[in-house]
Unconditional design. Structure first.
Length: 282
């Protein structure tokens, strides 16, 4: 009879001691081997029972009050066959046996952490499987997971994505058909805009609406290159008007919505999937 792995909660707060040699990642650019906090980035080595290790890197465009305590990082082992967790994942997505780790980033409301724009999250581990189908997915606490991958990593053992806020994160193997992934991400982008359109000033609201409509038209027509160009234009519009016209601040107090960050993160992961299909599409 299968018994799920025990849930282990690990909050790593040692910032002056490197991982044991057996658990260190190799010296690859962008993947530090020792825990560090500096500038707009924090690197947290995770060490869990069973010899499972990983590096979590969180990088901001701009950030205030960044510290490990304020960031609120925790990680726990999960079972790759846990029915409750699998029900929160899309179909065709599996938890790799080499890194069955759920990472939670939930900044403490009293810590004062705040950032503008998007935050990049990277999970790297030698125990991730060597497959091009590695993805980073995220969910609201206890909610459904969606793909947020936005960079094709230059190695086979890390996943990178961006968010407009924080949540739970998993490195997964995703065999979702590309057309289906693009459609889901396009719907998500439309939904984010619809839910927050009143927070976007005119005439920027009209401009974004037109760009979203053109983007969908290109996707439906199978015009991959044109869709990428339109997505890039949308991302540029949002970034150009971030601030007074499109709210772009996230705060640990959860007293505002980072609309620009949400739109940019959704547009970036959509572009990632569109770019994967460029070699096979128009």
């Amino acid at each position: 009879m299968h018994r799920p792995l025990a849930w282990w909660l690990v909050v790593l707060v040692v910032l002056a001691v490197a991982l044991p040699a057996a658990g260190q990642l190799p010296a690859v650019p962008g993947i530090p081997t020792a825990p560090t906090v500096g500038g707009n980035s924090i690197v947290v080595p995770l060490s869990l029972p069973g010899g499972i290790t990983a590096n979590l890197t969180v990088t901001f465009e701009t950030v205030t009050h960044l510290s490990l305590a304020n960031l609120g990082v925790s990680a726990q082992l999960v079972s790759p066959t846990d029915a409750g967790l699998l029900a929160r994942l899309p179909a065709n997505v599996a938890i790799p046996a080499g890194l069955p780790v759920l990472v939670r980033i939930e900044p403490t409301p009293t810590g004062g952490l705040a950032f503008t724009g998007i935050v990049a999250v990277e999970i790297a581990s030698l125990t991730l499987p060597p497959t091009p189908d590695l993805r980073l997915v995220a969910s609201p606490l206890g909610g459904s997971f969606t793909d947020l991958t936005d960079i094709k990593a230059d190695t086979s053992y890390r996943v990178i994505g961006s968010k407009g806020g924080f949540s739970e994160f998993l490195a997964v193997v995703d065999h979702t058909p590309l057309e289906q992934a693009v459609a889901a991400k396009l719907d998500a982008l439309d939904r984010i805009f619809a839910e927050n359109r009143d927070a976007v000033a005119e005439p920027v609201r009209t401009e974004i609406g037109a760009e979203l409509a053109a983007l969908r038209a290109h996707v439906l027509a199978g015009e991959t290159t044109a869709a990428i160009q339109e997505d890039d234009a949308l991302l540029a519009t949002v970034e150009r008007h971030s601030g007074p016209e499109i709210p772009d601040v996230w705060r640990a107090a959860h007293d505002r919505v980072n609309v620009a960050g949400l739109l940019r993160a959704a547009g970036r992961t959509l572009r990632f999937s569109l770019d994967l299909g460029r070699s096979t599409g128009p």
